[in-house]
Design a protein around this ligand. Structure first.
Ligand code: FES
Length: 254
């Protein structure tokens, strides 16, 4: 039987949901694969909703909001863009970003809504079913997804994402405006570091491992792994389980 993807769509109430409604009343045909969750604003969509839905086996997820500048809550869709961009970077590290899309549809764009849904459904149909379908959760991808979810829960990363727009346009508490490129570099490094640290924590969750073992499992230089371990130890997230033949085995404390 041909594969029919399940698509989850988060649509903002004021523009995109109204656009979908217009497509319906105008009898514009679009793929019936989408299941819609109506949210008040695209800014309400926490990236963790997306990772959780992927883990449940959804094949593709789309977030639709008002066009930039048209959000009924002023900055909601700018916030969504920043958060979803970070999510996309993390999904890319797990080779999963192709299954996610963020776009803008206004209340008068019924045909654009239909076109986006048709395109995205066809795109997911070509990629094929999600590896998480049918509860197939044994592979290393689950660890990657846990690392992504934990990264997105990190307070420092969340604070950076929440402040990005204000700091690059209005300035910080000292009224210093940080250029967007400079801030993005800080943000990108934070995203990458958080992902790697959470990947390490997943690998040493139940069993102590040496730096070379971890390095091999996550395919990262041992000196870089050691730097992350030092950082994680300073936060109390990693401890030495035991020393074997003068080699310390590190284990997660959670
Ligand atoms: Fe539509 Fe904010 S109300 S994106």
């Amino acid at each position: 039987m041909a594969f029919e993807p399940t698509i989850l769509g988060f649509l903002c109430n004021w523009c995109s949901y109204a656009g979908a409604d217009l497509a319906g009343v105008s009898r514009i045909q679009y793929a019936p694969n989408i299941r819609i969750v109506r949210v008040m604003c695209s800014g309400r969509v926490d990236p963790i909703f997306i990772t959780q839905a992927f883990l449940k086996g959804v094949d593709g997820i789309i977030v639709l909001g008002c066009h930039l500048g048209d959000c009924h809550y002023m900055d909601g869709n700018y916030e969504a863009e920043i958060k979803m961009d970070a999510l996309k970077k993390l999904l890319k590290m797990a080779d999963f970003s192709e299954r996610f899309r963020l776009d803008w549809v206004s209340a008068s764009e019924g045909s654009k809504f239909a076109q986006i849904i048709n395109e995205f459904t066809e795109h997911i149909r070509k990629i094929g079913p999600s590896p998480f379908r049918n509860g197939a959760l044994e592979n290393g991808l689950v660890d990657e997804f846990k690392a992504i979810t934990n990264s997105l829960s990190d307070n420092r990363l969340r604070a950076l994402l929440a402040r990005q727009r204000a700091i690059t346009t209005k300035g910080n508490v000292y009224n210093e405006i940080i250029p967007k490129e400079e801030f993005d570099e800080i943000l990108n490094n934070a995203i990458y570091d958080e992902f790697i640290r959470n990947k390490i924590l997943q690998k040493i969750k139940n069993k102590g491992k040496s730096v070379p073992q971890i390095s091999k499992e996550i395919e990262l230089e041992p000196n870089l792994v050691l730097n992350h371990i030092v950082e994680l130890r300073s936060k109390g997230l990693v401890d030495v389980e035991k020393i074997m033949e003068e080699v310390p085995l590190f284990i997660s404390t959670n």
